[in-house]
Design a protein around this ligand. Structure first.
Ligand code: CAA
Length: 444
């Protein structure tokens, strides 16, 4: 069984073994002992590609705003596109944890490459979570080996945060679905061969209005529209998609059942948001590393600026926040892989915390670089530009707060026993009343 199903049966420490031989000589992750051998294997592969291939190319693709096919090829050759895909469908049988470790490493070198990779998880999670066996067998192996890229089409001009307000529609016509409408902000669009598209199939229904349909590049009536000119993550395309009487065979309806699309979109986002959090955290970690090295080399007043306490304070706060974000990302990833009941809240918390943190840390890193940091021939301003979108996509951080609060309130039922200790107008409101209430509850 793969780990994304959320059945709660996959052990949280599957494959765990204490690594007494693990070293953290490079000082990057002091907690390697907590990972499985597989986790470390995929993380190290990603780290090698990030340092050797991604970092030297990051500025070029940022400038040109073109898809870095040579980086895609290196990731595919290393087998990284298969880390979240079950073995029976050509992957390596890992889960959200392996996905996050790879995204973190890539984002340390280039936030655009981090999402270029992670967006394939976002696009393929609907198939993994809800596809029929035939759909999984048809699509997942070519995604796992990196031959095909995939995108996720949910947002539309009138439906950003209000995802259920989308208008693209699909109607049955003989053996086909016919789609009409447009999608907005589709990351990986144009580069991708496969698209998980959310469309209205039952306009009259309130809760079963939307279905997911798989669309392929080349389907009649499907066109890639305007390519956005972006502030950050410039190496990965973000485009509009247009459907003009686009005909796809009936068996492309996800899971073979209409009406479950919104749920599938939400379940997908739950498992993809830790990946955005990992992208943000990787960006923050990468910016901190550069700022630390710069601070030890840059001299002012006759001494490296790292010797000044105001710079030390910046670096210390940045490092503490990166580490807090990292642990929350890993906790959310483990919650997803274990199918923990709190995974929706944990995923939203990791996305909220890590992306707000990344914005602060990358901004402070520019500050450490001073005037040079503002210039494009230094690598640091790109981290700040790349970080901004992480607070917005896959659910704005305002939406994450909504999700967290809704779940907290839902869980409040478990805390009913605390009500007796809170003096409210219609509850006991003096210490004496409280003591009486406690005695009464002990007697009961
Ligand atoms: N898992 C399973 N089901 C869920 C769920 C979850 N996490 N969250 C909600 N649902 C179900 C509910 O149970 C409910 O089901 P019933 O109708 O059967 O009761 C249904 O979905 C509707 O739920 P809500 O009433 O909570 O829905 P809402 O309209 O109030 O919306 C929202 C909630 C949290 C705001 C949601 O719309 C949302 O997450 N919005 C943000 C969308 C988003 O992240 N978009 C980004 C797209 S990807 C992208 O950025 C582009 C890219 O390419 C990277």
């Amino acid at each position: 069984m793969h780990r994304l199903g959320g059945t709660g049966r996959a052990p949280i420490l599957a494959g765990f073994r204490w690594r007494s031989d693990a070293t953290s000589a490079d000082g990057r992750c002091p907690l390697d002992q907590l990972f499985t051998a597989e986790n470390l294997h995929w993380r190290d592969k990603a780290r090698d590609i990030a340092d050797r291939i991604v970092r030297p190319l990051a500025a070029k693709y940022d400038r040109e705003q073109e898809y870095p096919w040579e980086i895609r090829d290196a990731l595919a050759e290393a087998g990284l596109f298969g880390v979240w895909i079950p073995k029976e469908f050509g992957g390596h049988g890992g889960g959200v944890m392996d996905l996050c470790l790879v995204v973190e490493e890539l984002s340390r070198a280039c936030g655009g490459v981090g999402v270029l990779f992670a967006v394939n998880a976002l696009g393929s999670f609907p198939i993994l979570l809800a596809g029929t066996d035939e759909q999984k067998a048809a699509y997942l192996p070519s995604i796992a080996n990196g031959e095909k890229l995939i995108a996720f089409g949910l947002s539309e001009r009138p439906a950003g945060s209000d995802a259920s307000g989308l208008l693209t529609n699909a109607v049955e016509d003989g053996d086909h679905w016919v789609l009409n409408g447009s999608k907005k902000w589709t990351t990986n669009g144009g580069a991708a061969d496969i698209y998980s598209i959310f469309a209205v199939t039952d306009p009259a229904s309130k809760s079963r209005r939307i279905s997911a349909i798989i669309v392929e590049k080349g389907d009649p009536g499907f066109e890639i529209g305007r390519k956005e000119d972006k502030m950050g993550i410039r190496c990965v395309p973000v485009v509009e998609l247009h459907f003009d009487n686009c005909r796809v065979p009936k068996n492309r309806l996800l899971g073979g059942r209409a009406g479950l699309g919104f749920k599938h979109a939400m379940m997908t986002l739950d498992r993809a948001r830790p990946g955005v959090a990992a992208q943000a955290m990787g960006l923050a970690a990468g910016a901190l590393e550069l700022a630390t090295v710069y601070a030890t080399q840059r001299k002012q007043f006759g001494a490296p600026i790292s010797s000044f306490q105001m710079i030390q304070q910046l670096l210390a706060d940045m490092a503490s926040n990166v580490e807090a974000g990292r642990q929350l990302v890993y906790a959310a990833a483990r919650a997803c892989d274990a199918g923990a009941p709190e995974l929706t809240k944990m995923a939203a918390m990791s996305k909220l915390f890590a992306t707000d943190m990344a914005m602060r840390v990358t901004t402070d890193a520019v500050q450490v670089f001073g005037g040079y940091g503002f210039m494009k021939d230094y690598p640091i301003e790109k981290f700040m530009r790349d970080a901004k979108i992480t607070q917005i996509y896959e659910g704005t951080n305002q939406v994450q707060r909504l999700v967290i609060a809704r779940n907290l309130i839902k869980e409040a039922g478990r805390l009913d026993h605390l009500a007796a200790f809170i003096p409210l107008p219609d509850h006991p409101n003096t210490l004496e009343d409280l003591a009486r209430a406690e005695r009464a509850s002990a007697d009961a």
